[in-house]
Design a protein around this ligand. Structure first.
Ligand code: DGJ
Length: 331
């Protein structure tokens, strides 16, 4: 016969397990500007990044800028999550040694991954450059699986234009677009070819000198955001709207009070989470620390968006329920 002490401990054990199970369902805090530990307890290294959703899983790709990496390689990290708050390090999805003899100090920035349903390939685009940012090309790498190993394909200038910061946009109908900064002219949005290995058609040139380009399609309107060209320093990011990607685009307006300089961040993507009760559009930005790049932080906040207006609220810890789509910002 069991002693009552044993029974009591079993009951407490069961209750504790239940609590743990529930904790898994409780939305986890996203804390803008803080260290963001992955499943290993290490600060996430996915700078200038982008998100791709495959099934119920989100994959976050970005620049790996840890200390102690082999400096002859460039790395793109891949993390996965089912709630956009807790991230598991998958691997370095791309690890590449100067693939086209760019230069010893060559640069790989802002990787973004598309899934091509026709070829069943994952296609990674990235900005590749020499140390002086004069090459201004996009690089392309492909993989059969989402988290790599991505194999280098080529680099090129999209439709012959200079291309530095790139952004990714997949419309609600599945069409894939690349956004890039073409320094002499502005900000271009281009449609990818059928296999995504090339650029097929220019949708528009927005004659604004903007980096960190991102687009979202929300309630029948396209919203484009970008930052000014101030290197690693924050500036007031701006947005414009259009009924069609071809434009005409509205005037650009500040996404936050201009004196706040986007709360120290620079845009990299907008992520639309469509839930059963709400749709949340997340501003994904980087808080760069140029002297200690490995410590650069992230500013993710749900945007106030609709009726042609877009605003980045003051950063505060918040939670997101990816099933309902509801975001709750802490008071
Ligand atoms: C701003 C860009 O957005 C970054 O990706 C990076 O290229 C820095 N400039 C370099 O100064």
């Amino acid at each position: 016969m069991q002693s009552s002490a044993l029974r009591t401990s079993q009951i407490f054990g069961a209750l504790f397990s239940l609590l743990l199970l529930n904790a898994g369902a409780v939305p986890q805090l996203i804390q803008p500007g803080e260290l963001w530990p992955d499943d290993r307890g290490q600060h996430i290294q996915a700078h200038g990044g982008g998100i791709l959703k495959v099934g119920d899983t989100y994959y976050w790709f970005g620049e790996e800028r840890s200390r102690g990496l082999n400096p002859t390689y460039r790395y793109v990290s891949c993390y996965s999550s089912t709630n956009l708050a807790q991230w598991t390090f998958r691997k370095h999805a791309l690890k590449v040694y100067d693939p086209e003899h760019f230069h010893a100090g060559w640069i790989l920035e802002r990787p973004k991954v598309f899934y091509n349903a026709k070829t069943k390939k994952f296609v990674m685009y990235m900005h590749v450059d020499d140390e002086g940012y004069k090459l201004a090309r996009v690089g392309v790498a492909v993989s059969d699986t989402v988290d790599g190993d991505y194999q280098w394909v080529k680099s090129f200038r999209p439709l012959g234009h200079e291309s530095r910061d790139i952004g990714q946009f997949v419309d609600d109908d599945g069409t894939a677009y690349l956004i890039f900064e073409d320094r002499p002219f502005g900000f271009r949005i281009v449609k990818l070819s059928d296999d995504y290995l090339d650029v097929e058609k220019e949708m528009c040139l927005i004659p604004m000198h903007m980096e960190g380009g991102a687009v979202v399609h929300y309630q029948g309107l396209y919203y484009a955001i970008g930052s000014a060209l101030t290197g690693w320093n924050a500036n007031p990011n701006k947005y414009a709207t259009a009924k069609s990607l071809e434009g005409p685009w509205s005037e650009f307006k500040d996404i936050a009070p201009p004196e706040k300089n986007t709360f120290g961040a620079q845009s990299t993507m907008m992520v639309k989470v469509v839930g059963t009760k709400a749709t949340t559009v997340i501003f994904m930005g980087d808080i760069w620390k140029p002297a200690t790049q490995w410590d650069s932080r992230y500013l993710w906040m749900p945007l106030e968006i609709g009726d042609g207006k877009l605003a980045l609220p003051e950063p505060k810890p918040w939670t997101l329920d990816v099933v309902t789509g509801e975001a709750v910002i802490q008071k």
